[in-house]
Design a protein around this ligand. Structure first.
Ligand code: NAD
Length: 250
C-alpha cells in the first residue's frame, strides 16, 4: 500500500503537472544540502559565510594565488566524491523517466549529483567541479599529476590547470545558456528547487518562463526574491517535497 503523502498538494498543480507537455526544473545548491554539501549563501552554514568568494572563485584570485584556489576546489571535489544523491535528486530523475513528452533539468550546481541520480543530460550552467581544464586552452583534462606544492600544468601547453566551473566575473557556457533559455521559453511548468534565485543569468529564467506562459513552482524551505512571483510555493526540503510531489502524480 502506498504511503500517504504528508502534503496536500493543490489539485490544480497536480493537474497542470499531469497535462504538461514540457516540464523543466531549475536547481541550485539547496537540492544538494541533504547530501551534506554546503550551500553558498545560507547564513552560518553557507560556503560564502566561511570563505571569501573574491579570494577563491574569481579569475583574479586564481592569477594571484593559484595554489589556494586549486586546493580549495580539490577540498570541495573530495566532499562531492564522498556525497550521494538524495531523495530530491532521485525524484527529479524519476519525473524525467515517467515519460513526460519533454523534460529539461537546468542546474546551477557543479557537483554532478543529478547525473549520478540518473538524470539523463542536465544542462550545467556553472560547469562541473569534477572536471579540470587548461586555464589557457579551455581543453578538459581527464588525468593530471598533482605535485604536492604546486598547481598541475597542462601537458600540451604548460599553462596551469583549473576547475571547469564558472567563476564570478566569467561568462556562462553559451550552449548551456541557450539550452536553458529555450527550455524556459517552451516549458509548461518550471520547478525552481533550492536556489536563492539571486545569481544571474540563472535567476532570470523563472521570469522568462512565466512571461512565456509557464506555471512557476518554488520548492524551498525559505523565502526568496522569487517567492512572491511564483504560482505555487512548496515550503520544505527538496528531499521531502519532491518525492511526495512525484508520488502525487500517480
Ligand atoms: P544559494 O546558496 O544561494 O541558495 C541555496 C538555497 O537553497 C537557499 O534559498 C536555501 O533556502 C535553499 N535550501 C537550503 N536547504 C534546502 C533544501 N534541503 N531543499 C531545498 N532548498 C534548500 O545557492 P544557489 O542559488 O545555487 O546559488 C547560485 C549559484 O551561485 C550556485 O549554484 C553556484 O553555482 C553559484 N556560484 C558559485 C561560484 C563558485 O563557487 N565558483 C561562483 C559563482 C556562482
Amino acid at each position: 500500500m502506498a504511503t500517504p503523502s504528508p502534503f496536500a498538494f493543490d489539485g490544480d498543480l497536480i493537474a497542470a503537472l499531469r497535462r504538461a507537455r514540457f516540464i523543466a526544473a531549475l536547481t541550485g545548491a539547496g537540492i544538494s544540502a541533504e547530501s551534506g554539501l554546503a550551500t553558498f549563501r545560507d547564513a552560518q552554514t553557507g560556503l560564502w559565510a566561511r570563505f571569501d568568494p573574491r579570494e577563491l572563485a574569481t579569475p583574479s584570485a586564481f592569477a594571484r594565488n593559484p595554489k589556494l584556489v586549486w586546493d580549495w576546489y580539490a577540498w570541495r571535489r573530495e566532499h562531492v566524491a564522498a556525497a550521494h544523491p538524495n531523495a530530491g535528486h532521485l525524484a527529479l530523475a524519476e519525473l524525467e523517466q515517467r515519460g513526460v513528452p519533454e523534460f529539461a533539468l537546468i542546474t546551477q550546481n557543479v557537483d554532478g549529483l543529478h547525473q549520478r541520480a540518473g538524470s539523463r543530460s542536465p544542462i550545467e550552467l556553472h560547469g562541473n567541479i569534477t572536471r579540470v581544464k587548461c586555464s589557457r586552452e579551455g581543453t578538459v583534462v581527464e588525468r593530471w599529476n598533482a605535485p604536492p606544492d604546486a598547481v598541475p600544468r597542462c601537458a600540451n601547453c604548460g599553462a596551469l590547470l583549473r576547475p571547469d566551473v564558472v567563476w564570478f566575473e566569467e561568462m556562462l557556457p553559451e550552449p548551456a545558456l541557450a539550452a536553458a533559455d529555450a527550455a524556459a521559453r517552451r516549458c509548461n511548468v518550471l520547478l525552481v528547487v533550492g536556489t536563492s534565485a539571486e545569481v544571474y543569468p540563472a535567476a532570470a529564467l523563472p521570469a522568462l518562463a512565466r512571461r512565456s506562459g509557464a506555471i512557476i513552482v518554488e520548492i524551498n524551505p525559505n523565502a526568496t526574491p522569487l517567492s512572491a512571483a511564483a504560482d505555487y510555493v512548496l515550503r520544505g526540503a527538496a528531499g521531502v517535497v519532491l518525492p511526495a510531489l512525484v508520488a502525487a502524480l500517480d
